[in-house]
Each structure stands twice: as C-alpha cells, then as structure tokens.
Design a protein around this ligand. Structure first.
Ligand code: CAA
Length: 258
C-alpha cells in the first residue's frame, strides 16, 4: 500500500486518480512519494479499465517541490547515486494522458511534475514557480527545459532566475495552464476533461499523445514522419472502423481499445 499518495482506479468511468497525500509538508516530493507515483502510473498504464489519469494535490498545495529536508545534507555523489530523475523519466513515459489538477502551490518539482502531465487544470488560487534559485540550486526535473518550451525564454528566465511565482491567470496567459476554475471545481473539472478523453479510442489517444510529445523532442521532418506512421497504424484497429462507420451511420461510436 502506498504511504504518501492515495490511488483511486475509478474516480469516474475509465478515469484513474492519484492524489499526493503529504498535506502537512505541502506535498513535498520525497523520493518515496515519487516512486509511488511511478508505480501507480505503471499500474494504470496496464489497466484496460483506465483510459485517462488525473493527478492532484489538495486545495492548499499541488506540491511545494522536492523535499528540501530530505535533500539538504546530500552531496553531489549522493545525488548522482540516488539518480532520482530516472523515476521522473519513467513518469514521462506513461502512455495514457495525464491531467494535473492544480490548486495552491505548484513549485519547483511540483511545477515540473505538473508540466510532465499533458494538461493542467488550475484553481484560481494556483501559483506556479521555480524557486530553487532561492535555496542555492536550480531546477533539476526539467524546469529549465519544459518551462522554456512552454512559456518562452524571457518568462522562463525570469521565473528561474528570480524564483518568483506566477498566478494562475499569468500561467494561463503563457500557455502553461489549459483552464482556470473556482477552487471548488478544480478536481471535478480535471476529471471531466479526463472523462471526455476516456470516451475516445484509447489506442488513438495513446498514439496522438506520443506524437504531440515528439514536437518537443524531434526535428520537424522526423516528427512528421513519426506522426504519419502512427496515423497509418491506427487503420489496423477496430476502433478506426467503428469510429468512421459510426460517423457514416450518424450514431455515437463505442470504442473498445482494439
Ligand atoms: N520540502 C520540504 N518541506 C517543505 C517544502 C519542501 N519543498 N515546502 C514546504 N515544506 C514544509 C515546511 O517546512 C513546513 O513544515 P513545518 O511545519 O514542519 O515547518 C510545512 O511544509 C508548511 O510550509 P510553510 O510553513 O513554509 O508554509 P508557508 O505557507 O509559510 O509557505 C511556501 C509556503 C511558500 C510554499 C514555502 O513552504 C516554501 O517556500 N517552500 C519551498 C518551495 C521550494 O523552494 N521548492 C523547491 C524545492 S527544490 C526542487 O524542487 C528541486 C527540483 O527541481 C526537483
């Protein structure tokens, strides 16, 4: 049983939920918690009854970053040996779409975790930041790379070099956040978005997610080639036949994930 997260494989039909559960520490991401998220996502990826995933914290904090108390006494060799970011790499490889439901603080590793997710629903109280510079380090879980690709160089530099937080409004204006809702709805709105995706063909969703992510990782020509292969491959699925036939027959498609 996980100690630092709550796992619900069915918060809604075909939607799994992971809730970070270290409220007193503002969901600070210790190594054990990250391993639990990694394992929960591996389990969700293997579960045919889950087609989309929501990760949330609580109203006060999504996560206030890596656990500073756990890291404070470590030296460079300790960090190298622990190599915590292989856990993050595994999380990034999750095949099913992940929606981050963010309320309150999403700082440091918390902001980086939200950015590893595929979309972010934020409450009006959400605050995003990369404050590592204020404790003598810098982002290490993708903050200098993913943030820069999302918000652009000028804003990323400002956030990473000053450590200042940005509001949900500003995050939305910079394309970091998909939607802002009143605090009481941030989780339900994320589940709603996940449920909409869960109605689609899970294989098409997986291939589409993988293809969009390639836009960040590959040169354009190679990424277009990758997209094309995935597009052709979907014509090997029953879901493609069902989806197109349903359109022609003017009815709602029922996708089986085959
Ligand atoms: N690690 C460990 N403990 C943390 C924590 C963190 N990242 N963030 C908060 N906490 C703990 C606090 O120590 C405090 O514990 P105690 O009650 O035992 O003292 C508790 O959570 C509540 O926090 P505060 O009393 O500080 O609450 P606040 O409302 O006054 O301030 C805050 C909230 C602005 C988020 C402040 O807690 C803060 O600045 N936290 C650290 C943010 C940060 O620097 N994150 C980056 C971490 S490094 C990183 O993430 C590296 C990476 O790239 C992976």
């Amino acid at each position: 049983m996980p100690e630092f997260i709550l796992v619900n494989p069915q918060i809604a039909p075909y939607v799994g939920h992971i809730q970070l559960n270290r409220p007193k520490e503002l969901n600070a991401l210790n190594l054990e918690l990250m391993l639990e998220i990694k394992q929960a996502l591996i389990d969700f990826d293997q579960d045919d009854n889950i087609r989309a995933i929501v990760i949330s914290g609580n109203e006060r904090a999504f996560a206030a970053g890596a656990d500073i108390k756990q890291m404070a006494g470590r030296n460079a060799i300790d960090m190298l040996k622990i190599d915590q970011f292989t856990t993050w790499d595994s999380i990034r490889k999750t095949k099913k779409p992940i929606i981050a439901a963010v309320s309150g603080f999403a700082l440091g590793g918390g902001c980086e975790l939200a950015m590893i997710c595929d979309m972010i629903i934020a409450s009006e109280t959400a605050q995003f930041g990369q404050p590592e510079i204020s404790i003598g380090v810098m982002p290490g879980a993708g903050g200098t790379q993913r943030l820069t690709r999302i918000v652009g160089k000028a804003k990323a530099m400002e956030m990473v070099l000053t450590g200042q937080f940005i509001s949900a409004e500003e995050a939305k204006a910079y394309g970091l956040v998909n939607k802002i809702v009143p605090v009481e709805f941030y989780l339900s709105e994320a589940v709603k978005l996940a449920s909409t995706i869960a109605e689609k063909s899970p294989i098409a969703v997986q291939m589409a997610k993988e293809s969009v992510l390639k836009a960040y990782e590959m040169p354009l020509q190679e990424a277009l080639f990758f997209e094309r292969k995935n597009f052709y491959m979907l014509f090997a699925t029953e879901d493609q036949k069902e989806g197109m036939q349903a359109f022609i027959e003017k009815r709602k498609a029922t996708f089986k994930g085959q």
